[in-house]
Design a protein around this ligand. Structure first.
Ligand SMILES: *Cc1c(COP(=O)(O)O)cnc(C)c1O
Length: 463
């Protein structure tokens, strides 16, 4: 399998290379040159497979000959073995045709574990073979940081530096990162906001000369192709559980950077009969605005009760645009250059094909809390605020109530106690047993000024 850039002007890479690369050299994102397609017979033959076995069937065409079959099977079995629920991604029924796919049974209670548990192991596998060390650097507003740290804490050939805005992530989120005390894990609290953290990370990737000789930075945000790949699996898993490929179904996906829902789009192209994908956004509705007005434009960022969806631009949307514009890299490069300084209007053909599959809604904090409290009062099920936007958007956009609507539950409610509190349901979300002592654990992190040079010097001194 070869990977190409959405901007058409970077070297083709294989899976191993794409895993170790962030953005392409032309500023684009890597996508597979072609997608594997599975027949209905093939897909129905996977019914009843354990999660990691299904993962092997779906992931192996993307990995190609970069990892021998037995090694890949072993990595995948290892990846999902510590999830708290034996089904890995259990389905919960909310209504006759409405389902919740719980993607928060991993170690950090958010869906990002599905990809980052695998990413850490894949990196470690290749780095050992190459006898190489790399440095992971990332910025987090909450969930990515803890999932990345958890995925890499036991990797011998990785040092990981995660920047978070000092005093601006929730205590649960901070402690999930800062109580990991392995020697290769460095938490840096920046005196600034999330954008400041991201700017330092981006600048460090552009000029890596501060690193010791022979070292390179690796990205763990969802521009990394391997993250998208890992997320395709649970769409098939849910589909098979609810009667696919014989049955069509819809998915509603709480969306920030468009990574998770893009995986659903790929699942459809690979043969899963998905009739509709609902883009659930909060007040930060850049994607809802594109779907409604055909104009892709930035606006100011709002703080909401679903902070992991608080973004002003969705980086992975470029991967969809590439397909919508017939994989014309030159065209995407020009569009993205314009988008750096102004809004862009998408053409009618592109929007018509986007609207065939995707619909969208923007769910504000009031509606989010209403959904949390109504669901709890009706059936005793506690949604987290991100998942609640998925439920809300799924209901608003549903094109066929006779088909199953699967809402991806992206986080456990205990991660977002403020939203649960504001929903007035009279109970708190309880932290699952494996994290029960989170508030007693020792923390370790370093507060640094919002200054790229200071951060880079700190990193060099630790390496
Ligand atoms: C990251 C995250 C999202 C958004 O996922 P994208 O792939 O960026 O669209 C939604 N919900 C939660 C809880 C998250 O952590």
């Amino acid at each position: 399998m070869k990977y190409i850039s959405t901007r058409g002007n970077a070297p083709e890479l294989n899976f191993e290379q794409v895993l170790l690369t962030g953005l392409a050299t032309d500023g684009g994102l890597y996508v597979p040159a072609s997608l594997p397609e599975f027949s209905a017979d093939q897909i129905s033959g996977w019914a009843g497979l354990a999660y990691h076995e299904l993962a092997f069937e779906i992931v192996s065409p993307f990995v190609g000959d970069c990892i021998p079959e037995d090694d890949l099977r072993a990595i995948l079995a290892e990846t999902y073995k510590d999830f708290a629920h034996p089904a890995i991604a259990p389905l919960i029924q909310l209504d006759r045709n409405e389902w919740i796919l719980e993607l928060f049974q991993g170690p950090t209670l958010a869906f990002k574990d599905f990809a980052l548990q695998l990413l850490g192991r894949l990196l470690d596998y290749f780095l050992k073979k190459r006898n190489q060390r790399v440095v992971i650097m990332g910025a987090t507003s909450g969930d990515t940081g803890s999932a990345a740290i958890e995925g890499c804490r036991r990797c011998d050939n990785i040092d990981i530096f995660i920047l978070h805005p000092n005093n601006r992530v929730s205590e649960v989120q901070r402690r999930q990162m800062t109580t990991v005390l392995e020697d290769n894990v460095y938490n840096i609290a920046i005196e600034g906001n999330f954008d400041d953290c991201q700017d330092i990370v981006k600048a460090s990737f552009r000029d890596q000369s501060f690193l010791p000789e022979g070292m390179q930075l690796v990205a763990v945000n969802s521009i990394n192709w391997a993250r998208i790949m890992a997320q395709i699996v649970y769409y098939f898993y849910a589909g098979l559980s609810l009667g696919s490929p014989a049955k069509e179904m819809a998915f509603s996906v709480p969306t920030g950077n468009f990574g998770d829902i893009f995986a659903g789009y790929l699942a459809k192209k690979m043969g899963l009969p998905i009739s509709q994908l609902v883009i659930a956004t909060n007040k930060n509705n850049v994607l809802h605005r594109v779907m409604t007005d055909s104009v892709y434009s930035r606006t100011a960022l709002h703080q909401t009760l679903s902070p992991s969806m608080d973004i002003s631009v969705s980086s992975n949307f470029e991967r969809l645009l590439f397909d919508l514009y017939n994989r014309d890299g030159d065209c995407i490069r020009n569009m993205m250059e314009v988008f750096n300084s102004e809004a862009i209007e998408l053409n009618d053909d592109a929007m018509a094909s986007a609207r065939e599959l995707f619909s969208s809604a923007s769910i504000d904090d009031t509606a989010t809390c209403d959904i949390i409290s109504k669901t709890f009062n009706d059936i005793g099920y506690m949604l987290d605020p991100h998942s609640a936007t998925g439920v809300g958007a799924g209901r608003l956009c549903n094109r066929n109530p006779e088909q199953p609507m699967v809402v991806l539950a992206t986080a456990h409610p205990a991660k977002f106690p403020d939203a649960i509190e504001q929903s007035n349901i009279g109970v708190q979300a309880t932290i699952p047993p494996h994290l029960g002592d989170l508030f007693e654990r020792e923390e370790r992190f370093t507060v640094l000024p919002c200054d790229r040079a200071v951060v880079n010097t700190f990193m060099f001194d630790q390496l």
